[in-house]
Design a protein around this ligand. Sequence first.
Ligand code: CTP
Length: 223
Amino acid sequence: VKVLVTAGGTREPIDAVRFVGNRSSGRTGFALAAQAAALGADVTVVAANVALPRDPRMRYVDVQTAAELQDACAAAFARADVLLMAAAVADFRPARSFAGKLKKAEDERMRVELERTPDILAGLAATRRPDQTLVGFAAEHGDGALDHGRDKLARKGVDAVVVNDIARPDIGFESADNEVTIITAAGETHVERASKAEVARAVLDAVIVLRMLVEPETTGPAA
Ligand code: CTP
C-alpha cells in the first residue's frame, strides 16, 4: 500500500527573508508517516519546513510554499492508495513577493496584500479514484468544531476528516500530545488525549476500516 503524507506548514514569501507562516511543526504528519511505515506501507512524505529527524524507511520531498506542496502532491497522488493531508497549508499568500529584502525607509506602516491559495486537498479529491482513501485534517477553534469538520468532509470530497481543537492549550501545536475526533460518513470516533504516535495509529486504524469498505479495482479479466 502506497501512502502519501503531507506534513508541516507552508511558508509564503513576503521578500527574500520574510514569510507568512503558521505554527505547525510537522509532528502530526511525521507520526502518521511512522505509523504507516510500521504497518508495512510504502511511504512518501511531502514535508513543508519540518525540522524533525528523518526516517530512512521513507522518501521525503521537501517544499516551502503551498504552490510547491501542490506540485509535489500532483506528482505523487496518482500512485498513492492513501493520502493523509496533515500539512497546514496557508490559506492566503502575499499577492507579490519581492526578490530582495524590503527596506523600512521612512514608512510607519506597510501593507501586504494577500491572495487565496488553491485548496490543494479539494483539487486532488476532484481527480481521485474510488479506490483511493483521502483524509483531511481540520484545525478548528472552540465551539462548532465538529460541525465544521462534518461540513469539510462533504465539501472537500474526502473519506475522513480528523478534527482537533486548537483552542486547547494542552494539546496540538508544539505539544507531544493530541486529542482528535475522526469523522467519516459512517459516524464519529473520539480519540482521547494521547501521544501523537497513538493518535496517528487511531487515524490509520480508521483508514484500514475505510479501505475494507472499498470495492477492489478490477485490474483485468478474472483468472
Ligand atoms: N488544505 C489544502 N489546501 C489549502 C488549505 C487547506 O489542501 N489551501 C487542506 C489541509 O491540509 C487540511 C484541510 O485542507 O487537510 C483543511 O484545511 P482548513 O484550512 O482547515 O479548511 P478550510 O476548508 O480552508 O476551512 P477554514 O475556513 O476553516 O479555513
